[in-house]
Write a protein that binds this ligand. Sequence first.
Ligand SMILES: Cc1ncc(COP(=O)(O)O)c(C=O)c1O
Length: 391
Amino acid sequence: METRAGDPGAFARFDLSRVDSPAFVVDAAALRRNLGVLADVRDRAGIKLLAALKAFSMWRVAPLITRYLDGVCTSGLWEAKLAGEFYGGEIATYCAGYKAEDLAEICRLSDHVIFNSPAQIARFAPILAAARESGDRFDVGLRINPLHAEGEVPRYDPCAPHSRLGFPVDQLTDAHLEGVSGIHFHSLCEQDLEPLKRTWDVLLPRLKPHLGRLSWLNFGGGHHITRADYQRDELVEFLKQVKAETGCELYLEPGEAVALDAGILVGSILDVQTNGMPVAITDISATCHMPDVIEAPYRPAMLGERQDDSEPVRLGGPSCLAGDVIGDYRLPAQCEPGARFAFLDQAHYSMVKTTTFNGVPLPSIWLWDSETDALERLRSFAYEDFRDRLS
Ligand SMILES: Cc1ncc(COP(=O)(O)O)c(C=O)c1O
């Protein structure tokens, strides 16, 4: 998979020795830029825009996100609790499968509780009724599956054949929408406007008969709105048109676009040897710190990578996994123990996915503001964090 991010922005002038290693460094100014772009689209289109916590839930910047956006979307009880504790505005919770014991608290915390199937809505009707009885105010939503694949990679395509995500829209009847105020779909990944338009063209005829009973539509995430070449003016026009033709409030809930190109992961070379080519062990592990490198897979861009024809070095993590390989790179500096380097665009879907497999230490988390040069270590992790996740 090709990642289309990787603009170093102000990190081009960040001195990597200012932080420990490994470390995530997030630039607050880059976040403000992304949030400003998203808020502008929201304002011009007259829609609501939520940040997807699953992509980026660095709660120390929650006040910043709350200042720009309408709230957050969450994936279940724990993210909803995080949202309730730190973030302002609306909370939309979607989970593929709720547990009865979590639902009352989710209803208390959330403005929208979005289900993956009409069967779950029916099964949990008594819990929803009891929550309302006790004074909770929330809308029930249904995630549908548009059955229209636009994904490049099946693993990231909720419309791939036999997907479990969303109720197949060709089965939707009025009866399924009993008590349902909104329809949700999420079927894009790092995509432009055209795939969204094509999805909507397929969906509109299916949804038309039901629109009269719906008050909102949520178009999920996967919209790469903050990427420099995204068609933002056209998106605004499209959203205005959908709003006018459906009479529904519209929601977008991007995650990646909130933190696009807003963070780096700094690492160090631990050892170098030759095995047909130079190979280096680093203190960054693909499997523990950037699992999408293996899952997607993709090759993260390196800050300041040399673009010459020198021999590249294969970089991999300190874990025992043979496949814990990040990729082949031409480091900006001599590849020797102690040398620092950084991967670009690591604020989203890396920090939230880290593990301590093999007892590999977690990267610390730093907040930098490239406009003021203020730099603060928000969090570092110790042996006890590893120990306390086990028993
Ligand atoms: C339901 C839902 N909403 C929003 C998002 C955020 O998507 P992205 O970070 O690609 O914008 C996702 C991502 O998987 C999702 O599953």
